[in-house]
Write a protein that binds this ligand. Structure first.
Ligand code: ZN
Ligand code: MN
Length: 479
């Protein structure tokens, strides 16, 4: 592992909700996002006295998949009680894993500034999600807070890194890669609100670390870390010693606020959960293994380079999300793969970003039609881009657009984007030459720019539809 020269040390604790059907210790559904508060609850996830937890085996299977993908060793695991009182956990403890976490000693490689760095993963363990507290106003000034237990008991996988990250950007890259892997494994939905929450530990040489709790977005992690670096540097410069504490990230204001001096691990009084037997993940996971052979992002990237003969850069972009990789493969099955890659990465991605659309706004079939038309020289590349924009605007207006081969040509014709017929270009060239004797003279006396001027006139006459190669050739012939 190469180390960058910096005095910043960052470690992450990432909580991700696993997309099992039911919660970790009861049968309540995990699809609570559109439900009224406190409607997905039962005595177990409300922590009522006398209720007994039963392990959801699918959560173990999912966690095992992630642990393996993060290069962890998987071991027999034991649930523990992590004791603390907070209203989001009415039974007074969270069922988590402490000694014997499901996965240990893994790693993930992250690309920063063209350099591949290895980020070690200390552990990956399962625990139950607490309920959700909503503060009225800001966390410091709220008079009261509201509690929703729909989320309580949803399986969380916590991934803890070693303090190997060196910059906020690297932290963001790590999170993107982690999310990508979880989505490839089909155990996580990053679009669900609250599906990912990060605690970020950061220290600068000479001070103790601050833990910024419960950051709920990737960008938020980077922002919170940047804020902490400035804050801690300023304190150090003034000679103030930084003590260990827990801070809260206020997303709206982009700042972190001190919550409390950091509790120590022994404060939680961890002890083995007496209501749950130890679990061995491997035999459970084995039962589902053949259905879950998954190609992970790095493997897919290497295959793309080999199979499609595209650059490492394009392969990296295309495999950065599974839907994008699938989309590319659908296009590359029909048109030249290197053309497909550059259309998807250089054109489509930019247009989708600009219009705030996702891949489902334009089908692979439609993109294939556009590309094919360009290759067959029915339309120019510029026209194809215009056509793609038209589709994105239309789907934005929610006009349902059932796309067939005719649709592309229809869009192109309506927008007047089809390449002008040869006769039209010939006429325009003749007119341009007749109307601009000065340019003709300039051309003959070898002035650069005269040819481009005439091409420009032809483009104007054909409203940009003339084929540039043909126009150039015709003008040279006529002069
Ligand atoms: Zn329940
Ligand atoms: Mn945790």
């Amino acid at each position: 592992m190469t180390t960058q020269r910096t005095d910043i040390i960052i470690g992450l604790e990432v909580h991700t909700q696993l997309t099992t059907q039911s919660k970790l210790f009861c049968g309540c559904s995990t699809r609570y996002q559109d439900s009224e508060p406190n409607t997905h609850t039962c005595p177990i996830c409300l922590g009522l006295p006398g209720s007994l937890p039963v392990v959801n085996e699918m959560a173990i299977v999912y966690a095992e998949r992630v642990a393996k993908a993060l290069n962890c060793s998987v071991q027999q695991t034991q649930f523990y009680r992590k004791n603390y009182f907070y209203p989001d956990l009415p039974k007074g403890f969270q069922i988590s894993q402490y000694d014997f976490p499901l996965g240990t000693n893994g790693y993930l490689t992250v690309d920063t500034a063209g350099q591949e760095r290895t980020i070690r993963i200390r552990r990956a363990h399962l625990e139950e999600d607490p309920g959700k507290l909503t503060y009225r106003g800001t966390i410091e000034k709220a008079q009261y807070s509201l509690i929703d237990y729909n989320r309580s008991g949803v399986p969380l996988l916590e991934v803890v890194t070693e303090p190997d990250l060196r910059t906020p950007k690297e932290a963001r890259r790590f999170l993107n890669k982690l999310r990508n892997i979880l989505e490839y494994l089909n155990v996580f939905d990053g679009n669900l609100e609250g599906s990912l929450r990060v605690d970020a530990n950061i220290s600068i040489a000479g001070g103790q670390r601050a833990e910024v709790k419960n950051i709920s977005s990737y960008k938020g992690v980077e922002k919170a870390l940047l804020f902490e670096i400035t804050r801690q540097r300023n304190l150090l410069r003034k000679g103030i010693y930084i003590t260990q504490e827990t801070r809260h990230f206020d997303e709206a204001r982009g700042i972190t606020i001190s919550l409390r001096s950091k509790e120590k691990e022994h404060d939680y009084r961890y002890f083995p959960e007496p209501d749950l037997a130890p679990v061995d993940p491997e035999p459970l996971a084995e039962q589902f293994r053949e259905h879950t052979e998954v190609e992970l992002p790095d493997a897919k990237r290497h295959r793309f380079i080999e199979q499609y003969d595209i650059s490492d850069y394009l392969a990296k972009v295309l495999t950065a999300s599974k839907p994008l990789a699938d989309y590319f493969e659908a296009v590359a099955a029909q048109v030249d793969p290197s053309a497909a890659a550059s259309w998807v990465v250089d054109v489509l991605q930019g247009e989708l970003n600009y219009y705030g659309r996702t891949l489902d706004a334009i089908s692979p079939d439609l993109l294939i039609d556009f590309i094919t038309n360009v290759i067959q020289r029915t339309i120019t590349k510029k026209a194809a881009v215009e056509g793609i924009r038209t589709v994105l605007v239309r789907s934005d207006e929610n006009i349902s657009l059932r796309v067939d081969e005719k649709a592309v040509l229809e869009i192109i014709d309506k927008a007047g984007l089809r390449i002008a017929p040869a006769e039209e270009t010939i006429t325009a060239v003749k007119q341009a030459i007749e109307e601009n004797p000065q340019a003709v003279e300039d051309y003959h006396s070898g002035k650069t720019g005269a040819l481009n001027f005439l091409v420009g006139r032809v483009m104007k006459k054909t409203r940009g539809r003339a084929d540039p190669t043909l126009t150039n050739r015709l003008i040279r012939e006529q002069l």
